[in-house]
Design a protein around this ligand. Sequence first.
Ligand SMILES: Cc1ncc(COP(=O)(O)O)c(C=O)c1O
Length: 485
Amino acid sequence: MSQQEKLIFEISSSGRRGVSLPPLDVPRKPLEEMIPTKFQRKTPPRLPEVSELDVVRHFTRLSQLNYSVDTHFYPLGSCTMKYNPRVHEEVAGLEGFSRLHPYQPPEQTQGMLELLYHFSELVKEICGMPEFSLQPAAGAHGELLGMMLVRAYHRKRGETGRKKIIIPDSAHGTNPASAALSGFEVIEVKSDSHGLVDLEDLRRTMSPEIAGMMITNPNTLGLFEKDIVTICNILHEAGGLVYCDGANMNALLGRVKPGAMGIDLLHLNLHKTFTGPHGGGGPGSGPLGVSEPLRPFLPVPRVKKEGDTYIWDYNYPETIGRIKAFYGHIGVIIKAYAYILSLGTEGLMKVSEAAVLNANFLRKKLSNFYDLPYPEVCMHEFVLSGRRQKKQGVTTLDIAKRLLDYDFYAPTIYFPLIVEEALMIEPTETESKQTLEAFAEALIKIAKEAESAPDRVKGAPFDTPVRRLDEVKAAREPNLHWNFP
Ligand SMILES: Cc1ncc(COP(=O)(O)O)c(C=O)c1O
């Protein structure tokens, strides 16, 4: 155990106390009367004996060992780890919102219903989709709902033989998972040499069994699928629907409406694009927008405006039902609402502009030092390959670990799967030029180290509280229990 770990974990000292209770001023019953003998402990619990100051220092120190958007640049591709404005927390915490109970009748919750109604109107306008459900709890949940709606749509038309969903080989893993979980068979379509959906391969997969396609635009290589209208036409002509994974809407805000491209279903990740804290920092929210023919199947209840009053409307006979307790993750929706209102149309356009500019700035700075398999101008993120460094004996994992020594969080690695030794970088619009330059400098230094001193990279990280962990074991067999010796 390192000295630092000892400091954190071995601070217990016999007899030390963190609280001092006043003397008991009520009669004390015999223990047997309160707890039956068979349930009484035979030995006292082994708890750390610490003072209040010990506890405060312990947790403060622990919090400082962690990475977060509040402390570090967090270029985790596909995750849009942008700054979470504090005013959103203030707004979501207002008593009128945070102290409402979901069982309160609509007469008492008109303000909240109005907010949900208005929020839906705003995202409808931003995305060009006729209606949204705010129930999904995250992006993957929106995908699942989307697939359920695709099934309901075909079933209503008597086309129950449509059992296949097409998904590009660059897709995020949740796409095939959501399709398979909804009972569809997944068909993979290849990317072409430019990293875009191969139209010939797509045409070849068309058949009366196709229920639809899930596509991400911009895709996970950070490239805009410029043939999206043709892709939608191919699917529609074959009787299928097109689902757009909107996790990358940060690149399109205020500029492109997915509905206008021919998309039938689209989820938003409010916890990415619209600044909800995520990645351990808070729950998600993945509203799903749909085109006109899918409206009847959306979940209930839906907020409806009748004159000046808002009500919960359950009266949709073809609905697939509820997919979430109550009404969705309202706190995240309030934060997203505050974000949209505070930025307005021009502000949202600046978001996508700066997100794309920042990504291209980094892409250019790094392209002489790392392989760039798809060198086209990118959208809000781009994917490098560490295959040059691998020939020098240094893997992408080593590069990611070495970045920690330079005080940067690592990019997403080994995804998308079609890029060998992938490093997927998404700077977001909230980072300054200075931060981007410092990050590029660190990655360039690492590329040079890989040539001249590969062991410095292979042995990394050297400066973190713990070195290399078995991340798979930590996820599969989490052991969160501390045993005092
Ligand atoms: C492209 C893409 N699609 C879908 C998802 C799933 O979203 P969520 O994590 O909110 O379930 C992610 C998440 O990282 C993503 O990057």
